[in-house]
Design a protein around this ligand. Structure first.
Ligand code: NAP
Length: 239
């Protein structure tokens, strides 16, 4: 896909990967709608990136907020070419100590949020395909925690394994509608994720810019060519 003038939705755009994805995609000529709860952060990002970026306040776990955000985008643009399901969080804790609230918020943001945003974007993408154009591309941000379990992150593991299964099913379901689905599985990246998660980051993490360059590569593949999964890791995690 040529990203020039394409309409892209990035969830979790107020920080970390989502902010870098948004800035990089605007630089590639796309028009980006960034969804997150912290509007002040989105406003600061819009000041930096410029008119190619629009921030919309949206809790992706809230079905009404997601409906409103996608209605706004579709009213303004009439199409959605790319959805990056990036919003997510981890809360660590032993299985017998993790609070129910911490379990629920990870399920709600990391899985329910992906379901709600995908459900909101798919009808437009299917219509674009039916009208003879390229359907669209959905990119889901899982984690290496979606490929292997580890102590004290069982709930996060559930969500990221779940996202792998959701992505695999969805890719098979919509490939004949001309819609690509890609699932990315990164290791540690230098973001605010670890503050929220309550764990220390590895000494030599990857950077959001490195993730963005892979995202651009995946999105810019020829229309008949799909990269369905990629695992990304730092070369020397201990530095
Ligand atoms: N950092 C890593 O090492 C790493 C590795 C593998 C995978 N990942 C995944 O990468 C994704 C991005 O994480 P990050 O590292 O960039 O973390 P981050 O810096 O903490 O950013 C998380 C983003 O998600 C948004 N978010 C959280 N809850 C939300 C909600 N209910 N509704 C809408 N947006 C919400 C936050 O925005 P608001 O707070 O403003 O809503 C923020 O923009 C996550 O899915 C994470 O699991 C991260």
């Amino acid at each position: 896909m040529d990203l020039q003038q394409k309409i892209v939705v990035v969830t979790g755009a107020s920080a970390g990967l989502g902010a870098d994805f948004s800035e990089t995609l605007v630089e590639r000529g796309a028009k980006v709608y960034g969804l997150a709860r912290r509007q002040d952060r989105l406003d600061r990002l819009a000041e930096r990136i410029g008119s190619g970026f629009t921030g919309l306040t949206c809790d992706v776990a809230d079905e009404h907020a997601v409906s409103r955000a996608f209605e706004t985008i579709l009213e303004r643009e009439g199409r959605i070419d790319v959805l990056v399901n990036n919003a997510g969080l981890g809360r660590m804790g032993a299985a017998d100590e993790l609070s129910i609230e911490d379990w629920d918020i990870q399920m709600n943001v990391n899985l329910r949020g992906v379901f709600l945003c995908t459900k909101a974007a798919l009808p437009a993408m299917k219509a674009q395909n039916a009208n003879g154009g390229f359907g669209g591309h959905i990119v889901n941000i899982s984690s290496v925690a979606g490929l292997m379990g580890n102590p004290n992150i069982s709930a996060y593991n559930v969500t990221k394994f779940g996202l792998k299964g959701y992505s695999d099913a969805l890719f098979k379901e919509v490939r004949n509608d001309g819609i690509k689905v890609t699932c990315l599985f990164p290791g540690s990246i230098q973001t605010e994720f670890f503050d929220e998660a309550g764990m220390s980051i590895s000494p030599n993490p990857m950077t959001p810019a490195q993730m963005s360059s892979t995202l651009v590569h995946v999105l810019e593949t020829p229309d008949n060519y799909l990269i369905s999964e990629i695992v990304m890791r730092p070369l020397r995690p201990r530095g």
